[in-house]
Design a protein around this ligand. Structure first.
Ligand SMILES: Cc1cc2nc3c(=O)[nH]c(=O)nc-3n(C[C@H](O)[C@H](O)[C@H](O)COP(=O)(O)OP(=O)(O)OC[C@H]3O[C@@H](n4cnc5c(N)ncnc54)[C@H](O)[C@@H]3O)c2cc1C
Ligand code: SF4
Length: 510
């Protein structure tokens, strides 16, 4: 028999297989949850994110009590340290048991915290990912560039997902991206309807949290009253089932499409739940693969979804732990521009940005292409400061966490890591948004106009971006065509592009 220990469970570690709980004894150890005002204010997190985490923590605490655990729950403490000190004083645990935090800075602080509290903190590796950080590190080594596709194929083989007996991918191809780029016009011509948007109804406990968040964090983006997500394991499982039954079939072909007023389309909206442990990546992948085998969804959709989870999700987590510290501060393109004030409200004449920002303010959610090819494209082409952009994304999204934002923002969106995880910048003119969405129809700008008062700003910003970074990309074969096209433009056209881009960007923060 050992003396009493405390299992400290963090707000993004609500899974049933928590490794510290597995080591504890419910007859004698205690479980501790702390809501920290300081961590909720370090970044001005979206109100819907705060409701999600606090409500899911409170529901998890209630479930553990029902299972016979002794649970201490501290609502809105000033900070973790004060609440921990009070807990240690009253209960005198011999040690704190934890799963490793998912945030680099938090992990670094633990030895200091242990000294302050005067008790050891024992951490156990996370089991919320399918690939251990050390294994990713061994694979990544000191390669100057990493390719997600290579990581993804290894993961398919390692986990034996959609792999035939002869070791070949099911269907004969590793990836069906070419089938998965259907446009907004193609959707309008199809007989398909946008599925009913998934929506959970808040129970009494969540209603109470909504009122608290509205009262305590009134200046944070969004409105807690618009809360729409599940907060329990049971609700999360039903949410996953709803996706598999109603949206997975068409997920692949339409995953890049954007429609005004339709936030979720055929997307899963699983990240808010996956990232805090209400679902596991393995069960999401297994459910999708089972739907393929049962004939409920075609291979292109299922493979596309599997790639997002075992490919991208594991890859960005791997990059974060491999490249921290320092990765979040990279700024290879020397981008310095501050964000325009309307980036928090969407009050701009650029209709795509107005739609996408309006949506994230209301829901805390945008799907991937909205994050990458509308907002991200704007941030990249505008030369906005990576630190400011990173903070903005962290503030606005219900599924925001350091580990997932760093590589997506610094690497994928801003190319601020010098191409470590993307061979070329995700830069595009208006043509891409015009093709993949119906936003341009409601815009005061014209997507086909390259310069002049009605020209879509994305067009001159695109060429201005390549002109600005011509030297850097001169040896990049994937960008060579673009640079050649730029250099074929007449001198007067070049001057006009540069002048209009500069005037547009200067006006943003004037
Ligand atoms: C600038 C930027 C910011 C992002 N911020 C976040 C974030 O804060 N939190 C977050 O979880 N994801 C983030 N992503 C990745 C991706 O956009 C979201 O995971 C996805 O849009 C969430 O919606 P969904 O659950 O409906 O995903 P779906 O489109 O249904 O995809 C299925 C799953 O794949 C995984 N996935 C797909 N792409 C990525 C990716 N690039 N990185 C990590 N996981 C991925 C997610 O777990 C997601 O649930 C970001 C991407 C970009 C470009
Ligand atoms: S014209 Fe340009 S700014 Fe307007 S919606 Fe289309 S891409 Fe966006």
């Amino acid at each position: 028999m050992w003396s009493m220990r405390t299992v400290w469970i963090l707000g993004d570690q609500l899974h049933e297989e928590h490794p510290a709980l597995a080591r504890a004894d419910r007859r004698q150890d205690r479980v501790l949850f702390i809501e920290s005002r300081q961590s909720s204010e370090e970044v001005r997190y979206h109100q819907i994110r705060l409701v999600l985490i606090f409500s899911a923590m409170r529901h998890r605490a209630a479930a553990l009590r029902k299972e016979g655990w002794k649970v201490d729950y501290v609502e809105l403490a000033d900070d973790f340290t004060g609440a921990l000190r009070a807990h240690v004083q009253s209960h005198q645990p011999s040690a704190l048991l934890m799963q490793e935090p998912s945030q680099y800075a938090f992990r670094q602080r633990l030895p200091h915290l242990a000294r302050e509290l005067g008790i050891p903190i024992q951490t156990l590796p996370t089991n919320q990912f399918l690939l251990a950080e050390a294994e990713f590190r061994d694979w990544a080594g000191d390669h100057p560039h990493l390719r997600m596709e290579n990581h993804y194929r290894r993961m398919r083989l390692k986990l034996d997902i959609l792999i035939e007996r002869n070791g070949q991918p099911t269907g004969g191809a590793w990836n069906y991206d070419a089938d998965n780029r259907q446009t907004a016009n193609a959707f309008a011509r199809s007989r398909l309807r946008v599925p009913v948007r998934a929506q959970a109804t808040p129970d009494a406990l969540t209603q109470k949290v909504i009122a608290t968040v509205q009262g305590e964090f009134p200046t944070h983006p969004g409105n807690a009253a618009d809360f729409w997500l599940p907060v329990t394991r049971t609700g999360a499982v039903a949410w996953l089932r709803d996706f598999i039954t109603h949206r997975l079939e068409h997920f692949g072909p339409w995953e890049d499409m954007m429609l005004a007023g339709e936030p979720t389309l055929f997307h899963s909206v699983l990240t808010p739940l996956l990232n805090i442990g209400l679902l596991t990546p393995r069960e999401c992948v297994d459910a999708a693969v089972a739907a393929f085998h049962d004939g409920g969804a075609p291979l292109a959709s299922v493979e596309g979804f599997v790639r997002q989870i075992i490919g991208w999700r594991e890859f960005v987590n791997g990059v974060y732990w491999h490249r921290m510290p320092g990765y979040e501060e990279l700024n290879a393109l020397a981008a310095r521009r501050p964000l325009p004030p309307w980036i928090y409200t969407g009050e701009t004449e650029m209709n795509c940005l107005r739609e996408v920002i309006g949506q994230v303010v209301r829901t805390g959610y945008n799907h991937h292409i909205q994050r990458l090819m509308v907002l991200g494209n704007f941030f990249l082409l505008g030369g906005f400061s990576p630190a400011a952009v990173l903070r903005w994304y962290l503030e606005m999204y219900v599924d925001a966490h350091d580990w997932v934002m760093a590589a997506n923002v610094i690497g994928m969106v801003l190319h601020a890591d010098g191409g470590y995880m993307a061979t070329k910048p995700y830069a595009a003119g208006a043509g891409y948004i015009h093709k993949m969405s119906n936003y341009c129809a409601g815009c005061r700008y014209r997507p086909e106009a390259r310069t002049g008062p009605d020209a879509c700003p994305f067009n001159y910003l695109y060429w201005n971006f390549y002109a600005t970074h011509e030297k850097r990309f001169a040896t990049n074969a994937r960008v060579g065509m673009m640079l050649k096209t730029w250099n074929k433009k007449t001198a007067s056209e070049k001057v006009q592009v540069r002048r209009e881009a500069t005037a547009f960007l200067d006006a943003l923060t004037a």
